[in-house]
Structure formats: structure tokens, C-alpha cells
Design a protein around this ligand. Structure first.
Ligand code: SF4
Ligand code: SF4
Length: 441
């Protein structure tokens, strides 16, 4: 389809997208593993507070841990079975964190009396309460609780909802397949989200490398005021601030959130989860995940239960296709390197990438040659090399003065650095230290 001049943002990169391995693969239901490991911390905010004990028999959708505070959500059992352990287990963050281990009973029985409802019969507050109780978080990878994002303060009126179907991370095709296979559910979620926010402007942003999804979503939106916006293929087109600028021309000021310019952004997967939570009463116990990379025998898009060990996903995809050199949860640009396939998939697991020995550059870091490629690539207009230098010297005040907190951790700087300097990791470290200092003040 003809798309005319495509909208975009300044800066960014054009890495090879490598989506061809899974873009045409329909979503398959991954079978249940022998044991599910469900961490109590799977979202931004306070971890859930345990409300079950070892030996309990639970149903699918039953709460295992309740929300602890406003910026928190509960976690739920992903299937029916017995709780066989509650103990620290290896988490995607690399730490040992409290987790509930369920041995499935094979019946996969839902909890009775799920709170299914007609969204139009609910107030905005009731919808937000139900989203919190269902554990709905941003499924683009950020895992920020949806009910919090949908509760801007009164002095920040929202007039625009952007649904993020960009999926600009190379390799990942989970959102693409969702739009192709279940557009009605995505749009049902969009309707609920706009009902909560009372917005007039609704856009669905999709990168131009998914023409089939653009065409289908456009057809499904015909006769409504929801606009599908094709976007230039450029990384990180799906980052919130870059997406808002590309679609609305509004620039989120330094240090501010999208609500500052009247916008809320939600991912297409989150929209579908919102529909499931309100219309069917289903809590967030599964998600779509792309398992791919040169180290996987048969790359696939899978519907996975939260808590499924990564090893089980790999086994279902035909096993490893050689010695793995690197495991990444998420995409190659913003994903988190994993040390073990024992780690469970969580609500933020949009992808699992495995690269074989010899397929990735494992050279040692070299000195900075002042080429400024990182500066040109940075979509947030930062000086990555300068901030990284301050960070390495523990000069976090200076890093903050150079707007380290505006770093969106997109990885464009590291990707473009010929000296393989781990800039984004250093920036992340600086942000952590600055936040820690703010908390103590
Ligand atoms: S400094 Fe941050 S925002 Fe800029 S390119 Fe690096 S990771 Fe992205
Ligand atoms: S891209 Fe790497 S080598 Fe070039 S200026 Fe930035 S940090 Fe230095």
C-alpha cells in the first residue's frame, strides 16, 4: 500500500531488523512446563505481597501476591496446581528474588466468578480498579502499572491516546502478529482506554515494515475516528517521547512524562490485555513472546504463561542450534542479558534472543576515538560519551547536569560506537546512582 511521506523523529539508527525469521509465523500456544516460577516482582513499583502458602491448591487466575501501594499490582497463578515452593529464584534482573513455584495439575482450571463486565456499564474509576486487580502493566517491556498511567493529576489534562504498535526492536514480531491475528481485541482495548481517558484523539502508530498490519488495522478502524499512522522504519521509533513527537509534533520537555503534553501511550499488547481484563475478567497470566536468533532451532512466536522457564521455551522451539554465546530477554537494543535459561519469563518478556558463538561481536572495548557517532545517534540529544565519562568517575552530579535522566536507554550510542564502549550500561548506572541520591534527600 502507498504510504506517502512517513512521520519520524530526529536521530536514531537503522539496524538490520531481522524480523524475517518469525514475521510470518502464527502465534502458537506454548504447552505448560513441569513447574511455573512466578516472581512477586514483575513490574515497576513495589513487589506484590505474598498471600498464599506452600501446599495450597490454586486455580488459574488466583491471586498469589497482592498489590502493595498505589504503584504496584498483584500477581496471579498462570494455571491451576499446587504451590510446591516459595523461595528466592533467579530473576531476569540477575538477582535472587522471592517467587512462587507452582506444579501444574494439568486441568488448567480458571478461578470461579471472574469479574467479567460490560465496559460501558463501568465508571473510569471502576475500570482502573479492575485493571489494577488484574495486574495489567505495560507489555511493551516497561511493565509500568496501567492504572497509574491512566490516572494523571487533574492539572495535566490528557487529550490524546497513542497506541504503540511500532515494535522497532530488531527480531521481535510479537506485536506484529497480535495486530494481524487479533485486531478486534486490540481495538476493544483501545475503546476501553479512551473511555477512561475521555480523549478526542486516538492514533495507532505502526512502522512501515509491517504493511499488512497497517492495512488490516486501517480497515478495522474504518468508520471510526481512530487513525492508523504509518511511521518511518527507524530505531527507537517506538520509544514514547520519539513516538509522540513523530505523531503529534509535541515535544516532551526534559525531565517530564508524556502527560506533560497531554498524551498517554499504551502498547498494542497492553490494549489487548485491557480488553481481556475488563470484558472477560482475565488477569494477566500470559503474553506473546518471540523466541528467535541464530541459536534457536525453530524461531517462533509463542503465547506463553507467565513463569515459564526460558529453557522450556527453547525446548518447544526445537532446542538450541549450537553453543549459545549470548541470551537476551527482550530485543537486542534494550533487552537484558541473561545468565541462565532457568530464569522464568515474566510480564515484560517480549522476546528471547539467543545468539550462537561466532554470530556476535565479542571483541574487547577500545578507547574513545572522539568520533561523535554516539552523539549523532542519540535521539534524546545527549552527549553519551561525556555522561559516560562522568559516570565512570562517580561524578553523578555532573552527569545529572548533562541530563543523564533524559536517557531512554535505547542503546543507540552503544550500537554505533566503533570502540564497543558499553555506553548505555554506564548511563544506566549513572541514572541508578542519581535516583538513589534523590531518594535519600
Ligand atoms: S544516551 Fe541514552 S538516549 Fe542517548 S543513545 Fe544512549 S541510550 Fe539512547
Ligand atoms: S561513538 Fe564511541 S568512540 Fe565515538 S565518540 Fe562516542 S564513545 Fe567515543
Amino acid at each position: 500500500m502507498a504510504m506517502g511521506r512517513l512521520k519520524t523523529f530526529p536521530g536514531g539508527l537503522h539496524p538490520a531488523d531481522n524480523k524475517q525469521w518469525t514475521a510470518a509465523k502464527p502465534i502458537e500456544d506454548c504447552p505448560l512446563p513441569e513447574a511455573l516460577v512466578i516472581p512477586l516482582s514483575q513490574h515497576i513499583g513495589a513487589p506484590a505481597e505474598l498471600c498464599v502458602a506452600v501446599g495450597d491448591l490454586v486455580k488459574k487466575g488466583q491471586m498469589l501476591g497482592q498489590a502493595k501501594g498505589f504503584v504496584s499490582v498483584p500477581v496471579h497463578a498462570s494455571t491451576s496446581g499446587e504451590i510446591v515452593a516459595i523461595e528466592p529464584r533467579l530473576h531476569p534482573s540477575g538477582r535472587l528474588l522471592p517467587s512462587v513455584v507452582i506444579k501444574p495439575d494439568g486441568d488448567d482450571v480458571w478461578l470461579e466468578n471472574l469479574p467479567a463486565a460490560d465496559p460501558h456499564a463501568l465508571s473510569a474509576e471502576q475500570i482502573k480498579d479492575r485493571l489494577r486487580d488484574a495486574g495489567i502493566v505495560g507489555l511493551g517491556g516497561a511493565t509500568f502499572p496501567a492504572h497509574v498511567k491512566l490516572s494523571p493529576p487533574e492539572e495535566k489534562p490528557i487529550d490524546c491516546l497513542i497506541i504503540n504498535g511500532v515494535e522497532c526492536e530488531p527480531y521481535l514480531t510479537a506485536d506484529h502478529r497480535l495486530m494481524l491475528e487479533d485486531p478486534e481485541k486490540v481495538l476493544q482495548g483501545v475503546d476501553i482506554l479512551r473511555q477512561v481517558l475521555h480523549v478526542n484523539h486516538v492514533y495507532i502508530g505502526i512502522e512501515a515494515n509491517k504493511p499488512d498490519a497497517i492495512q488490516l488495522m486501517t480497515e478495522k478502524c474504518a468508520g471510526t475516528d481512530v487513525q492508523v499512522v504509518p511511521l518511518e522504519v527507524k530505531y527507537p521509533q517506538g520509544a514514547e517521547k520519539q513516538l509522540i513527537l513523530a505523531i503529534t509534533g509535541r515535544e516532551v520537555p526534559s525531565g517530564c512524562l508524556p502527560m506533560e503534553v497531554g498524551v498517554v501511550v499504551q502498547n498494542v499488547g497492553t490494549a489487548a490485555a485491557v480488553a481481556d481484563a475488563i470484558v472477560n475478567g482475565y488477569p494477566l497470566i500470559e503474553r506473546i513472546c518471540t523466541v528467535t536468533g541464530s541459536g534457536v532451532s525453530e524461531p517462533k512466536n509463542l503465547r506463553i504463561r507467565i513463569g515459564t522457564p526460558l529453557q522450556h521455551l527453547v525446548d518447544y522451539c526445537g532446542g538450541l542450534s549450537g553453543d549459545p554465546a549470548k541470551l537476551i530477554m527482550g530485543g537486542p537494543m534494550m533487552g537484558m542479558t541473561q545468565l541462565s535459561l532457568e530464569v522464568p519469563a515474566t510480564r515484560g518478556t517480549s522476546g528471547l534472543l539467543i545468539f550462537r558463538d561466532g554470530d556476535i561481536d565479542l571483541h574487547e572495548e577500545g578507547p574513545c576515538i572522539r568520533c561523535a557517532r554516539c552523539v549523532r545517534a542519540c535521539p534524546a540529544n545527549l552527549l553519551p560519551t561525556t555522561i559516560a565519562a562522568y559516570s565512570r568517575l562517580d561524578m553523578f552530579e555532573e552527569a545529572e547536569q548533562h541530563h543523564a535522566m533524559d536517557c531512554i536507554e535505547c542503546g543507540c550510542c552503544s550500537y554505533s560506537c566503533p570502540s564497543l564502549i558499553p555506553l548505555v550500561q554506564t548511563l544506566r548506572h549513572a541514572k541508578g546512582a542519581i535516583l538513589e541520591k534523590r531518594r535519600k534527600m
